[in-house]
Design a protein. Structure first.
Length: 365
């Protein structure tokens, strides 16, 4: 069944189909970007250097003042701190300076035709047609990234349908040009994803001597009081935030900073499932609210593995009985667990972090 037929069956009218597809274009660059994989995995500290730069912090402060009324209204309505909303806006699109100029219909039609993610792209394209049919935005202004994320805080069409809000009362949910709608929509997504208004995202911590870094695992969640009983302390000596469930995070392995993160960190991950992204949002919001940046030094001497090297690491782990899944050059929880298992077997700190030294050790065996 071709897409037009299935779209009609899903309730999209002929006028919307005509507007959407009269001048639709296949975009080879979208296919290139979809297939491209960076050769090297960017270290978390490199990402944060730009995402939470002094210039970004200063611009965040300016934007908070400039749009204070809209930001405060969304924060009050949905129980999400203004600094978090501004931080997401900054990290997602540099405050609207870079939310993309690619027509969403063209991008998703290309991805739906190209085939690697055909079902996903066609589902998002159908959602985009529903947005056009409702009249929230005209086709020429429905712009975003090559992957179909739209507007100032980068909603996919399906997310838009579920969470976008008409906060300014003009009858349209405009996440491209209405700051009231942008902030309310973003706050609504976070609130409905479980945001806790009285909780921080997390806190930088100091680990006690001889602490088992293998416990810094997403599978290990416990109350702050239990982490405190194990000797985990905040960097500045203040009491730990009172999290009912908290996870210890070592984003650069045992040699880098440590963080204790709560439910709100998991909510940020629902927005973008990247630890570096969630840390950037949390830390930018923290700086915007007058708090510190990261206090402990990053292990900047560590050299990132290339995807080819990470694939070799995964292959070597599998060969030694530590299941890292199908070798694909992508770090995930299965690979991290395999690294931990190997590290424990040879008496190394089980932080699950891939290094060249670890790869060399595996290949030498």
């Amino acid at each position: 069944m071709d897409f037009r037929t299935s779209a009609r069956g899903a309730g999209i009218d002929e006028a919307t189909l005509s507007v959407a597809f009269a001048d639709v274009r296949y975009l080879p660059r979208v296919v290139e970007l979809d297939r491209a994989q960076p050769e090297f995995i960017r270290p978390v500290w490199s990402y944060l250097d730009s995402a939470v730069s002094p210039q970004r912090v200063a611009l965040s402060q300016d934007k908070l003042l400039q749009f204070r009324a809209d930001i405060d209204a969304a924060a009050a309505r949905y129980g999400v701190a203004p600094a978090i909303l501004v931080a997401i806006w900054g990290v997602e699109s540099d405050y609207g300076g870079n939310f993309g100029s690619i027509p969403t219909v063209d991008a998703l039609a290309t991805l739906g035709f190209e085939g690697r993610r055909e079902d996903w792209a066609r589902g998002q394209l159908l959602a985009a047609l529903r947005i056009l049919q409702k009249g929230d935005i005209v086709r020429s202004k429905m712009l975003g990234s090559w992957a179909g994320a739209m507007g100032q805080t980068q909603f996919l069409p399906s997310v838009y349908l579920g969470y976008a809000v008409d906060a300014d009362g003009d009858g349209r949910r405009d996440i491209w040009a209405s700051m009231a709608d942008v902030m309310a929509s973003t706050a609504n997504f976070l609130a409905r994803s479980g945001w806790q208004a009285d909780q921080p995202w997390g806190v930088e911590v100091r680990l006690p001597p001889r602490f088992d870094v293998g416990r810094a695992d997403v599978a290990v969640r416990q109350a702050s009081a239990l982490w405190a009983a194990e000797g985990v302390q905040t960097i500045d000596g203040a009491p730990l935030p009172q999290f009912a469930e908290a996870t210890l995070l070592l984003p650069a392995g045992a040699g880098g900073p440590a963080f204790l993160v709560g439910l709100n960190f998991q909510v940020i991950l629902r927005y973008n499932n990247s630890t570096s992204y969630a840390l950037a949002v949390g830390l930018l919001a923290q700086r915007l609210a007058g708090g510190p940046g990261v206090q402990a030094p990053w292990p900047r001497d560590l050299v990132a593995l290339s995807r080819q090297q990470l694939t070799a690491l995964q292959t070597a782990l599998n060969q030694r009985g530590f299941d890292s899944g199908a070798p694909d050059g992508v770090m995930g929880p299965t690979t991290r667990g395999a690294i931990r298992g190997y590290q424990r077997s040879v008496g190394l700190p089980a932080d699950g972090y891939p290094t060249r030294e670890l790869l060399q050790r595996l290949l030498a065996q």
